[in-house]
Design a protein around this ligand. Sequence first.
Ligand SMILES: [Zn+2]
Length: 127
Amino acid sequence: MGKFDLKLIGGQLVIDLGQTANDRFRHRGYNGKPSIYDIDEICVPAIGTVELSEGQLKKIELAYTNGHKCAYCEEYADKVRPSPFMADMGASMCKGCWDRTKEEYAACNDEHIGDFEDFPHWKEGAE
Ligand SMILES: [Zn+2]
């Protein structure tokens, strides 16, 4: 659990998560997307505080670090793999969505898209 300041920056609510790991003049500010703010931009009076549970904080951390956004549920997951749908080539899918899709495919089409874990190399790089 942690308490964080809620700021209003450019008409947008931002959770001030504090300094970035390698630059104390920049803060991580979560506004629904992982963003970085310059210190003079984010150092405005807080309009409130938010409490984040460990689970919520972990999701946000994932968004900043090695997290990948699933194109289907729009949640950040620590691992995604390319979509099994040919039409969606390049889209990323998390394990939750993969498992649901897998069940649907097996039930409707008697087709098997394989296990999520079978993907030989995880996608690297940006979200
Ligand atoms: Zn998903």
